[in-house]
Design a protein around this ligand. Structure first.
Ligand SMILES: C[S@@+](CC[C@H](N)C(=O)[O-])C[C@H]1O[C@@H](n2cnc3c(N)ncnc32)[C@H](O)[C@@H]1O
Length: 257
């Protein structure tokens, strides 16, 4: 049975026609061109409940999913890792409750937040960033979602290495990942997974060139394409425009050599 909404909760408000969504907080004033909505009315209501504006327009309220947090709540000052890539990273690298994840850089904290939501209270995320202002931003974004206790933020150049050992996953989202592969492998547990995310194929090539000297196998390079469809059942076809490129992913697993 889902829990009813409580005062102060973050919610996603969804309009169906035209489709739009907003993130808001119960208790704060919320208005759009469709009027002023008294979100306090949602306290005690179940997710999926409607709220009506003073002009008679209806929105429906839901609890934010991990993707909602990242796309609508995280303040961005860097490129972020999108739910499209993070969803696959989580299942491919086996990140679930109890996992220990190291990542760099923290950037805006989007990947940090998604890892923190996935590892639960029994796991932990160690997030490294060399620029204090980005580390601070990432901390704020993670705290808003209520999972700050699952993350340790470190302001450090990862060229100096990671402080932890036996991590289940090391995720590198930095410009020159090939420079830090030894540090990543040292921090990984035997059997753990290295994940690299980069925007260009040149960076993938540099990373691939650096791999043979390391105890890594099961290497995979891929990209993920996400194509939305127009919702007309009689003329079902893809949207004319798509975000055709976000990032390339490289996975490899550490073996005991
Ligand atoms: C694209 S952003 C990471 C975005 C993050 N994954 C997110 O989803 O919000 C890359 C970050 O890596 C940091 N970075 C680059 N090289 C680094 C290094 N050697 N050590 C630590 N951080 C580094 C940069 O300062 C930048 O903030």
């Amino acid at each position: 049975m889902p829990k009813p909404f409580e005062p102060g909760e973050w919610i996603v408000l969804i309009a169906s026609d035209p489709p739009r969504r907003w993130i808001a907080r119960i208790g704060e004033k919320f208005s759009t061109a469709a009027g002023v909505f008294d979100l306090q009315e949602l306290v005690g209501q179940l997710p999926g409940s409607p709220v009506t504006s003073h002009l008679g327009h209806r929105l429906f309220a839901f609890r934010p999913t991990a993707a909602d947090w990242v796309m609508h709540l995280v303040k961005r000052q860097t490129q972020i890792t999108y739910p499209k890539e993070m969803g696959y990273i989580l299942v491919r690298a086996g990140v679930g409750p109890g996992a220990r994840v190291i990542e760099s850089g923290s950037g805006s904290g989007a990947s940090t937040l998604l890892f923190a939501l996935a590892v639960g209270d029994t796991g932990h995320v160690y997030s490294y960033e060399q620029r204090p202002e980005f580390s601070h931003l990432a901390q704020q974004n993670v705290a808003q979602a209520g999972v700050a206790h699952r993350v340790t933020f470190k302001v450090k150049d990862i060229a100096e290495g990671f402080d932890e050992r036996d991590a289940d996953v090391v995720f590198l989202d930095v410009r020159e990942p090939w420079r830090y592969l030894e540090q990543a492998v040292t921090a990984l547990a035997s059997g753990g997974t290295l994940v690299v995310l980069v925007p260009t194929t040149n960076q993938v090539s540099e990373t691939l060139r650096a791999l043979p000297s390391l105890p890594l196998i099961d290497t995979e390079v891929l990209e993920l394409l996400l194509r939305h469809y127009k919702l007309n059942p009689d003329r079902l076809r893809p949207e004319d425009r798509m975000v055709a490129h976000t990032a390339f992913l490289l996975f490899a697993r550490k073996c005991a050599l």
